[in-house]
Design a protein around this ligand. Structure first.
Ligand code: PLP
Length: 253
């Protein structure tokens, strides 16, 4: 395939996903402009990501800090933003702050403190109050032992503690649904995340309205249940190789 064909191909895939997002939003009377598509580019080569940028994709999600850093030089456009959607080890926090605009996977107060502490060391002009760094709290709604995330019962306490960290801003909640046979199987997980968010916000806790939920197999159900961020990989870029990076096995469903 020539570069030009590949851009056309990626543009068509992007537009198809956007159309499906708009239809899902429509079904429940939501404005599709209120939902952000994060193109998940783990295992997608930097060069192909550059073409994805030409095809109109602007927000990218990676699950590894190192992989994002390696690919970022290929996308120099200033209106591109990057979300971390994979687990963050404490020794990678400094690099993650540099590489990402949003960290979606904060799953402990300890990790939040570590991010805040490193941000505290970032220079700001003396007359400027620092803009807080946006994070989402990852919640393990289904108590799936294979998944990261705070237990729903622990989110309130975590929010109260994180509210004291002045360099962070919790924009919302994120979840990775468990593997289900059909998209409908994810609906109750997504609904539970939204209800948790509504309940916590009603208590006046410092929590923004973002809900990051839904992937290739179930993003339409997620939008029907209130997702403001959907994370879509395969519907844009095709199937991934089964093995990824340092030997971790990718979830192929
Ligand atoms: C890989 C991944 C996605 C995208 O999954 P697809 O099924 O390819 O859409 C979304 N979120 C997270 C956290 C991921 O790791």
């Amino acid at each position: 395939m020539t570069e030009h064909d590949e851009v056309d191909h990626l543009r068509a895939a992007h537009e198809a996903v956007l159309r499906r997002m708009a239809a899902a939003a429509d079904r429940v009377g939501r404005d599709s402009a209120s939902v952000t598509l994060v193109a998940i580019t783990k295992t997608v080569a930097a060069e192909r990501m550059r073409l994805a940028g030409e095809a109109g994709m602007r927000t990218f999600g990676e699950n590894r800090v190192q992989e994002a850093l390696a690919k970022q030089p290929a996308l120099t456009s200033t209106d591109v933003s990057w979300h971390l959607v994979g687990p963050l080890q404490s020794n990678k926090v400094r690099k993650a702050i540099d590489a990402f605009d949003v960290i979606e996977t904060v799953d402990s107060v300890g990790l939040a403190r570590r991010i805040d502490g490193l941000l505290g060391g970032v220079e700001t002009a003396p007359d400027e109050s620092p803009t807080p760094f946006p994070i989402l709290l990852q919640v393990n709604i289904d108590a799936d032992p294979a998944k990261a995330g705070l237990s729903p019962d622990d989110v309130e306490t975590a929010l109260r503690e994180i509210a004291m960290l002045r360099h962070l801003r919790v924009d919302g909640l994120m979840t990775v649904g468990r593997l289900v046979e059909a998209p409908e199987g994810a609906r109750l997980t997504f609904r539970a995340l939204r209800e948790l968010s509504v309940a916590l916000r009603a208590k006046g806790l410092a929590l923004g309205p973002e809900l990051s939920m839904g992937m290739t197999d179930d993003f339409e159900v997620a939008i029907e249940e209130g997702a403001t961020i959907v994370r879509v990989g395969r519907a844009l870029f095709g199937e991934r190789p089964h093995h990824h990076g340092d030997g971790a096995i990718d979830h192929v469903h």
